[in-house]
Design a protein around this ligand. Structure first.
Ligand code: ADP
Length: 645
């Protein structure tokens, strides 16, 4: 079928064995034989481009007869996308007589388009004219696909190199850089040309450069992979830490032919490590400062981890493993039971513990430890106890010291209160005792007279009895005052109390030639209070006034006692003198216990007076505004609102 088709196309065959159709213009059968023997698809055309012959190989390739192949330009067995170019090139060749090559897709006999290379060259006669064209077709499909695959894989590789999240580079065996991936260039903001050879060093932090170059030199010299850390400048000027890692590529003889490297950004990791280091240091310092150590105890293996501070607290050598046994030996013998009890509780699932235990150190010193721990299951499901142990020895000792101090203080207070009581009594009963003494002596003198005046003696004796009773009352009242009992409440007339009180030290007044004047407001409301105590206040103030004037040897010695309703609810009483007054520097301390300027003074009169007045809800003050030129003492008392009987 094929041969008859060939025959039809090219005329009768010269020799059947060739498989080639005999050609009209054929000059030599050998030529056809030659063409037929070419183990590749071949077509022969006339100088004008008409197909003359098509060898078996090409007929088989297309599954077409030589006749059918004649119209190749019209047939659909050249891929429509490639046909115009194939036709154009062919025409151009025929016109110019120039050989050419072209690649196009041809439809193989099995219906598959495959890439072929068509090489076209002219056969020339002895005059140099084109006599025929020879078209040689080579199937390059597989090769082309392999090339495509190769370039695709190269594309892929370069994509990988440029997208890996690291700065990648390569260098020649002598260490001079010859490639930087896109990431690298984008990161440092430099072009590949700028980075080449030593240019990349411009982006290294100056202080890190020597170290980096040194490390790189070492890797090159030792011909070994290596790594080094250094800071690299980002395009925006920020420096970040990078890990530079290199690896040599060796040929089959083991010779390094290339170096490959990556720079990995470790800034965040470095900062995290730094942060961790700082927080660890912080924690350790914290433990040191608050004398607290931490521990972890794995209950199944009894593995115990102590923090450094805990080693210090227990005074354990740092490198010897901590065991329960070792801890027990350090615990105070009396507390070992407590510890083993706590260990048992933990083993029985008690999760939270809070207890105190004592240690006995090798030098015999005792330490008090407060332990707080709680149990939990670790990631591997094992039961663990984590806890904090605080050395509370100092606190314990200071608590003890404080307790001792407290009891000492209580004792001192008791003693002091007794002292104040004694001093107060001594001070206050002094005046009635002096009066008793004077009146007793006087009545004795009256009794010694040849004719004793019984009436006078009775009066003097009555005064002795009154003063003795008053002294006894004073003792009771002072005890009340010191033990902070509220004053006894009787409705009193302040004017009456003044008049009574001024009579008690009358002997002192006489001796010191002191004139006492009273200026008492009429119809004052009464006050609720303790008569004896209020008498004491007036006696104290009047006696002080007398003593101040006696001491200063003042020629004119006057005391003026006034009462007034200073406001509707307050009654005031003022005792003034013509003495030297109070030194301004003494004024603030006048009412302090034991403050005195007198040689034999006790410094109790004014503090007792203030205690009494304040216990009655009033106030007392001192100044030098006396109309008589000396000191002025004023005390107030709340009025009861009622008039006195
Ligand atoms: P004492 O009389 O034992 O010294 P007081 O408490 O009664 O204790 O008085 C304290 C001090 O107040 C006196 O030592 C004195 O310096 C001063 N003082 C009290 N009253 C007067 C006064 N009328 N004039 C001047 N100084 C006074």
């Amino acid at each position: 079928m094929a041969s008859s088709a060939t025959e039809a196309a090219f005329g009768p065959r010269a020799a059947d064995t060739t498989g080639l159709a005999p050609m009209k213009s054929l000059e030599s059968v050998d030529f056809y034989t030659l063409v037929e023997s070419i183990p590749a698809p071949v077509v022969v055309t006339t100088a004008a481009g008409e197909v003359e012959a098509a060898n078996k190989s090409i007929q088989e390739y297309f599954g077409k007869t030589a006749e059918e192949l004649k119209d190749w330009a019209k047939g659909d067995w050249i891929h429509p996308d490639d046909l115009p170019r194939a036709v154009a090139k062919w025409r151009h060749a025929v016109e110019t007589g120039r050989p050419y090559e072209n690649e196009s897709r041809h439809l193989r006999h099995d219906g598959v388009f495959r890439w072929v290379q068509v090489r076209v060259f002219p056969l020339k006669d002895s005059n140099g004219r084109v006599s025929r064209w020879l078209l040689l077709q080579t199937d390059v499909h597989d090769q082309k696909q392999a090339e495509e695959a190769l370039s695709a894989s190269e594309r892929n590789l370069s994509q990988i190199i440029n997208t890996i999240p690291a700065l990648a580079w390569s260098a020649r065996p002598d260490g001079s850089a010859d490639f930087f991936n896109k990431h690298y260039l984008d990161y440092v903001g430099l072009s590949a040309e700028q980075c080449m050879d030593g240019g990349w060093t411009a982006a290294v932090y100056p202080d890190d450069l020597n170290g980096l170059i040194g490390a790189w030199r070492f890797m090159l010299d030792s011909d070994q992979a290596g790594e080094c850390e250094a800071r690299l400048r980002r395009f925006d000027g920020t420096y970040r830490w990078f890990l530079f890692r290199t690896n040599p590529l060796r040929d089959e003889t083991g010779k390094t032919v290339k170096w490959y490297g990556t720079n990995i950004d470790i800034e965040d990791r470095k900062q995290a490590v730094e942060e961790l280091r700082r927080s660890e240091a912080f924690l350790a310092q914290g433990q040191r400062l608050n004398l607290t150590g931490t521990f972890l105890w794995r209950l199944d293996t009894d593995e115990i981890t102590f923090s450094k501070q805990l080693f210090r607290i227990f005074e354990f050598e740092p490198d010897v493993p901590v065991t329960l046994e070792r801890i027990s030996r350090r615990v105070h013998p009396e507390d070992v039971q407590i510890l083993s009890g706590k260990v048992d509780l933990a083993r029985n699932g008690i999760e939270e513990q809070d207890y105190e235990i004592r240690l006995r150190m090798p030098n015999g010193a005792i330490k008090y430890l407060r332990t707080k721990s709680f149990g939990f299951r670790g990631e591997d499901g094992r039961l663990e106890h984590i806890g904090a142990i605080q050395d509370v020895t100092e606190r314990r000792l200071s608590e003890e010291t404080l307790a001792n101090l407290r009891s000492e203080l209580a004792h001192v207070t008791r003693v002091t209160s007794l002292g104040v009581l004694a001093a107060s009594i001594a001070h206050e009963v002094n005046q009635p005792l002096a009066a008793i003494f004077t009146n007793g002596e006087t009545s004795l003198r009256w009794l010694d007279r040849p004719e004793p005046d019984i009436a006078k003696i009775r009066e003097l004796t009555k005064r002795v009895v009154d003063d003795a009773r008053r002294a006894s009352d004073i003792v009771h009242r002072i005890r009340d005052l010191v033990t902070q009992q509220p004053p006894r409440q009787t409705l009193l007339s302040v004017n009456d109390v003044v008049k009574e009180s001024i009579g008690f030290p009358r002997h002192e007044f006489q001796v010191s030639s002191i004139a006492v004047a009273l200026d008492l407001a009429p119809e004052l409301p009464g006050v609720l209070g303790d008569r004896t105590q209020l008498q004491q206040v007036i006696v104290n103030l009047a006696t002080n006034a007398a003593q101040a004037m006696a001491q200063s040897k003042a020629a004119r010695r006057n005391i003026l006692v006034r009462t007034a309703l200073s406001d509707p609810t307050t009654i005031s009483c003022t005792i003034e003198d013509s003495g030297p007054g109070v030194a301004p520097t003494h004024l603030p301390r006048l009412f302090d216990s034991f403050f005195t300027t007198k040689e034999t003074g006790m410094g109790m009169g004014l503090p007792i007076s203030r205690s009494i007045v304040e216990a009655h809800g009033g106030h007392i003050r001192a100044d030098n505004d006396s109309v008589l030129g000396g000191a002025r003492f004023t005390f107030t008392l709340p009025s009861s609102g009622a008039t006195t009987p």
